[in-house]
Design a protein around this ligand. Structure first.
Ligand code: MIG
Length: 686
């Protein structure tokens, strides 16, 4: 049951796809205070607060204050309130409280979730113009399912995008990319994607190529495709200010960029220096900018990542001018501590300055809207611009797309990666905890930079992170310019281990892809907190570092350095599965309860629930090499089990066709059969 409560004049965000009649009466569960700007409620002692998508801290959001305000924030430390995304969905689950809330509002939202008062929650918006959706259901899963129905089907990535991808900010030339591919291929480390960061462009201009370092791009794309490699270039939100550059010229001529109060285009700076910012809220601008992706689509590209779309601002033209003027005043002065701090602030305060976000405007159907009022829609609508273009120019083909900034609504057009994490063990745990929260909010194709983006990775961190990354839909190793190189072949002493771990991903693909597809098609979650599956189990409710994956598995990653294992909690008897490679699998039956499980650096451990099974492939070094029809069943069957297997061609959009499904069953006597139109060859791992 979903009800919509309307306040003031809500901005049309297109986050939801269902048109519910607005109610203006009193809101259940909350008291509405502060001129309708604050929603407050008590938190029962056992209530767990889920949601908020991509945020710091745990799966249970209680005990901190968060702020929906898409931010270019490269330090994902515990004290932060905002990261790149704004996902205004919360779910309160406890004995006396069980409901979901979605706040459809595109500006800043503050969440005080037991921060000021441990037993109290307050949600505050800047203007009382919003739609509030209250979702009721018997269970957490049911509430999420309804919410997902409200916001519409999540983006579906091509099958090849479930392979392993290698990325780094600083692959400067075709030859460097060739080397990355060759190193993986000669060492038999599976690989499907190499990502191109801003270095492929001409002076960081979107939809251009550096002709010297990438001289014959279309041919290079084909050369890579012959090796089953997809190149995935980055696109930035800011458009370089440069006369003669088509994107800049066309944008200026047509008034497609965000404008200042005086009507002149707003100038901020990002990679290319001074830049303009397309007004993605305007459908005409979206159609224009989206059309630009054809520059690369026409060269054979079929995947992109959208960056810097909070939008990040290194400085604004006006802000820089003002800072220099202030500095001049300090020149020759004796700077005491306060003054020197002020002086420093003049520079550091230039980036992502809130004042700048208040200084430009969007054209929303002829109405001028100040950017900060709708800030969280920017990255969403950049990605929507691409998504709408793909739908128009290649309607029957899936294009890989994921974004850094996002808001609920964008989940229909792309996935997300979680931005500039660091090579820290705490960020491995952070990723584990973000995944189910993102899934609730519709972001299923997601993952973090494996090994960490900032700072230097070590072999053991990368091994543990890869072991978790094997399970995330987006599996990409990415790192920042200037940090230690972290392609797996940079660690020769453990290269065979990486080959095996990544190989396990490819063996698991039939299951992982099937679960991802079912989760998108049925509005369910791929990663779930344990409590969603075992709602009566009070121990399960408190587990923050294990995840259910689909309806069959539980994953229990190791995320502490020098650990040789970890404690896991089993809410039911399960089968421990220990994989050293796609072929070497050991299993052990385990009882419900707490267990210390040794887990070495060279293995992946997960758990298979009772009366369940999963399909495994024989493996492969790229997704096209994986045979999704030749399956080995890994089973934990006492009575009988059924598995709904989904597979398809991976590139077209005929998702709902019955030929994509087959139901595999196993009886107590061990006989196996498949019923459905999807042909499969089955054997069983005993
Ligand atoms: O200011 O394009 O999050 O993945 O490598 C940094 C360079 C801009 C931020 C992205 C990161 C990417 C980097 N970008």
């Amino acid at each position: 049951m979903i009800r919509r409560y309307s306040f003031g004049h809500p901005f049309q965000t297109d986050a939801v796809v269902k048109d519910l009649p607005p109610i203006h009466g009193p809101v259940p569960y909350f008291t509405v205070e502060n001129d309708d700007c604050t929603l407050a409620c008590p938190l029962s002692s056992d209530t767990i607060v889920y949601g908020l998508g991509e945020t710091v801290r745990g799966i249970n959001k209680r005990g901190w204050h968060y702020c929906s305000n898409c931010s270019d924030e490269p330090q994902h430390t515990e004290g932060k309130q905002s990261l790149y995304a704004s996902d205004n969905f919360l779910l309160l689950a406890g004995k006396g409280q069980m409901f979901g809330v979605f706040l459809d509002y595109p500006g800043k939202v503050d969440y005080d979730i037991g921060y000021t008062n441990m037993n109290h929650m307050a949600v505050t918006v800047g203007n009382a113009d919003y739609d509030l959706y209250i979702i009721e259901g018997k269970s957490a899963e049911e509430i999420v399912h309804q919410f997902r129905g409200l916001i519409g089907r999540s983006y579906i990535a091509p099958k090849w995008a479930f392979g392993y991808g290698q990325s780094r900010w600083s692959y400067y030339s075709e030859d460097e990319v060739r080397e990355v591919v060759q190193k993986h291929r000669e060492n038999h480390v599976p690989l499907d994607m190499v990502y191109l960061d801003i270095d492929y462009m001409d002076h960081y201009k979107d939809f251009t190529l550096n002709d010297e370092t990438f001289p014959d791009f279309a041919e290079f794309v084909q050369e890579m495709r012959r090796q089953n490699i997809h190149l995935v270039p980055i696109i930035d939100a800011g458009v370089k200010q440069e006369r003669g550059y088509d994107v800049c010229d066309e944008g200026l001529e047509n008034g497609y960029f965000c404008k200042k109060e005086d009507g002149t285009p707003f100038v901020g700076a990002v990679w290319p220096g001074k830049a303009y910012f397309p007004d993605f809220l305007n459908p005409e601008v979206r159609a224009w900018f989206g059309g630009k992706y054809r520059f690369l689509l026409d060269k054979g590209i079929d995947g992109f990542w959208n960056d810097m779309n909070e939008p990040a601002l290194f400085y604004s033209e006006d802000g820089l001018k003002a800072a220099f003027a202030e500095m001049k005043k300090l020149e020759g002065k004796n700077l005491d501590m306060d003054k020197v701090n002020y002086f420093r602030e003049l520079v550091t305060g230039l980036s992502n300055n809130p004042k700048d976000y208040e200084s430009f405007y969007h054209n929303c159907g002829g109405k001028r809207v100040r950017h900060d009022k709708i800030h969280n829609l920017y990255g969403y609508n950049m990605t929507r611009s691409a998504g709408e273009a793909f739908e128009k120019y290649c309607p029957n083909k899936r294009v890989l797309m994921f974004s850094r900034s996002s808001m609920v609504g964008m989940h229909r057009y792309g996935g997300v990666w979680t931005g500039d994490n660091c090579s820290w063990w705490s960020h491995l745990l952070l990723e584990i905890q973000m995944m189910p929260s993102l899934n609730m909010c519709g972001f299923l194709y997601s993952g973090a930079d494996i090994g960490g983006f900032g700072d230097n990775a070590t072999a053991d961190l990368l091994l543990r992170w890869t072991a978790f990354g094997v399970f995330t839909p987006l599996m990409r190793n990415h790192s920042a310019l200037g940090t230690r190189c972290q392609e797996v072949y940079r660690f020769p002493e453990v290269l065979p281990v990486f080959r095996n771990l990544i190989g396990i991903r490819y063996a698991l693909l039939p299951y992982l892809y099937s679960e991802y597809m079912k989760a998108t098609l049925q509005d369910t979650m791929y990663f779930k907190p344990l409590a969603f599956v075992y709602p009566q189990d009070e121990d399960a409710a408190r587990v923050q570092d294990q995840l259910m994956l689909g309806d069959e598995l539980m994953v229990t990653p190791v995320y502490t350095q020098n650990a040789v294992g970890r404690t896991v909690y089993l809410p039911e008897p399960m089968k421990l599965v220990r994989m050293h490679s796609a072929q070497e699998i050991q299993t052990e039956q385990m009882e419900k309860g707490y267990h210390y499980i040794p887990i070495a650096l060279d293995e992946i451990v997960f758990f298979l629930r009772s009366d369940r099974m999963i399909p495994l492939a024989k493996g492969g070094e790229s997704v096209p090499e994986v045979d999704f029809g030749d399956l080995t069943l890994l089973v934990n069957v006492q009575h009988c089990a059924a598995y709904q297997y989904y597979s398809d061609d991976g590139c077209s959009k005929d998702y709902d066709n019955a030929k994509n499904r087959t139901c595999i069953t196993m009886k107590a006597d061990g006989t196996v059969s498949a019923e459905g139109q999807l042909p499969v060859k089955l054997d069983v791992k005993r």
